[in-house]
Design a protein around this ligand. Structure first.
Ligand SMILES: [Fe+2]
Length: 206
């Protein structure tokens, strides 16, 4: 068995329609995520001793410890592996709605409302010129924060715990929402897996 496994999709390719179309999910999961995962395995095979016993999150948390000759490749493909794992788990055909409990209270405290948080995420997402991601994270002060990362960088490399990761590469939305990032973000909130997010939040805030 490999050290690393792809995150199972957990729903069918068409399960997120009409918010994200079947072809987009199929290409994104089964071609792009899988391609990057296979490239990651190739890099891991070069230095299996370094990766033994480490989750990829643990590897990304300490980027300077990654052997120099594979560092960039690990950050790219390991980042893609972790980011896409979050992304596909972070959506659900039964998703949407509003957060509950402690997460809801803290979002209201820090952003005024869930809609206020969504507006802040949109502003940050629209500020990205390159391919990248927008994230809701928990920072080192245990406060919620919104950040962007470029290409496949992951918040854990910055000492942050990701809660929601939205893929802003054009491959994530272009077929359904050509040149319409705002519509894609609106669609994402209809399928965001808040059960997963709330569970992550409880684990982080323990
Ligand atoms: Fe992607």
């Amino acid at each position: 068995m490999s050290l690393y496994e792809m995150q199972p999709l957990g729903y069918t390719y068409d399960a997120l329609e009409p918010h994200i179309d079947r072809k987009t999910i199929e290409i994104h999961y089964d071609q792009l995520y899988r391609r990057d995962f296979e490239r990651l395995l190739w890099v891991v095979s070069k230095r299996p001793d370094f990766f033994e016993g480490k989750t990829m999150e643990q590897v990304l948390k300490d980027p300077v410890a990654i052997p120099h000759d594979i560092q960039k490749t690990v950050l790219d493909f390991g980042g893609s592996f972790v980011n896409h794992g979050y992304y596909f788990q972070g959506m659900s055909p039964n998703g949407g709605g509003n957060p509950l409990g402690r997460l809801a209270r803290d979002i209201n405290d820090q952003f005024g409302s869930f809609n206020g948080m969504k507006r802040s995420i949109k502003v940050v997402a629209q500020s990205i010129y390159e391919s990248g991601w927008v994230w809701l994270v928990v920072n080192q002060d245990k406060k919620l924060d919104i950040i962007k990362t470029l290409t496949q960088a992951n918040p854990v490399s910055l000492g942050l715990d990701p809660l929601i990761g939205i893929d802003l590469w054009e491959h994530a939305y272009w077929l359904s929402y050509p040149n319409k990032l705002e519509d894609y973000l609106a669609a994402f909130w209809e399928i965001v897996n808040l059960d997963f997010v709330e569970q992550k939040y409880e684990e982080i805030m323990k």
